[in-house]
Design a protein around this ligand. Structure first.
Ligand code: FAD
Length: 290
């Protein structure tokens, strides 16, 4: 099923997982998927070599399992930067054989250990290629505070519009900790005629290293109240985790009340986090949008 159709009916809740490290058995993800499936998310997306390491078959296997073992619609991420056209064609064929209808088409992060193939320098090129070579619902990434490489949010939005014009059916945002950035971005995107569903990406932060990594990787702003909370609990792991989850729930309550299209939860393969957020907002998500 195409996940873009879900937005017509409700406020969508989706989860993101990543494949286990090459040294870990694939079974480590099975228990996570089993637990996540109890919460009946609208779909689960599976990352693909985030950071540049290429583990594509694992992504396809997990996306297949999400759909066919756990009965949840799945999305396979696909970063194009390190692939040539024939390799992408092969992956699309494999996705089709695995019954996966939804692809998150990405440029991918530039990794010094891999030489870009230059067939897909921007995600928009990959979106067009996927549309020409298969019948997929194509999702794209978007950045409420602007992509790290973009000089201005406006420039990034112009490129985003091009990505949507290339055939992107739906967008998922990078994580953010200040909802006002998302609302401003949403207003600007709608004003520019970007009219596909846009999900808000939310990551409950459960430890300090994680947030430091995220800030350097994504360049997101941390609001004062978030920093104060983290400083207060940094030496108390359980309190830090609960504060991070409570902060994320607060963000989700506000976003859902403002009628966003959907919430994409970066679960970090932690079903406990997903359970806590789901318990807090499940009834809110059932209230029809106005
Ligand atoms: P693009 O849309 O191509 O944008 C990249 C930059 O190029 C932006 O600054 C944009 O403004 C600029 N740009 C775009 N088009 C043009 C143009 N025509 N001319 C000039 N400049 C242009 N990475 C992974 O490796 N694996 C994953 O599984 C993964 N999952 C992700 C999931 C989500 C929801 C998000 C938000 C990101 C994910 N990423 C993943 C990270 C992503 O690959 C990086 O953020 C990457 O740096 C940009 O990818 P993109 O698809 O947004 O690129």
């Amino acid at each position: 099923m195409r996940t873009d159709q879900l937005f017509k009916q409700k406020t969508v809740l989706s989860f993101e997982v990543f494949p286990p490290k090459k040294t870990s058995p694939l079974e480590t993800i099975s228990s996570t998927l089993r637990e996540l499936s109890y919460f009946k998310p609208d779909f689960i997306s599976v990352t693909y070599g985030a950071g540049g390491s290429l583990n594509g078959q694992t992504t396809i296997d997990i996306a297949h399992s999400v759909k066919h073992t756990y009965g949840i619609e799945s999305v396979a991420h696909l970063p194009g930067i390190n692939f040539g056209k024939s390799e992408i064609k092969k992956i699309l064929h494999d996705l089709q054989c695995a019954g996966i209808d939804n692809v998150l088409a990405l440029r991918g992060d530039i990794n010094p250990n891999f030489t870009p193939k230059n067939d897909f320098n921007y995600a928009s090129e990959l979106v067009s290629f996927i549309k020409e070579n298969g019948d997929f619902n194509v999702i794209g990434a978007c950045y409420p505070e602007g992509h790290l490489e973009a000089h201005t949010l406006k420039a990034d939005l112009i490129n985003l519009k091009e990505k949507v014009n290339a055939g992107t059916d739906q967008l998922i945002s990078q994580l953010f900790f200040d909802n006002d950035y998302f609302y401003t971005f949403l207003d600007k995107a709608r004003d520019m005629g970007i009219d596909v569903p846009i999900e808000a990406g939310i990551m409950p932060v459960t430890n300090k290293n994680q947030i430091e990594r995220m800030v350097s990787m994504c360049g997101v702003n941390l609001p004062k109240k978030f920093k104060q909370m983290m400083a207060k609990y940094e030496h108390h792991p359980d309190a830090f985790r609960d504060a991070g989850i409570a902060y994320a729930i607060d963000q989700v309550v506000d976003l859902v009340s403002q009628n966003v299209d959907g919430i994409h939860l970066y679960t970090m393969n932690n079903s406990y986090i997903a359970r806590r957020v789901n318990e807090a907002v499940a009834t809110l998500l059932k209230v029809p949008k106005v």
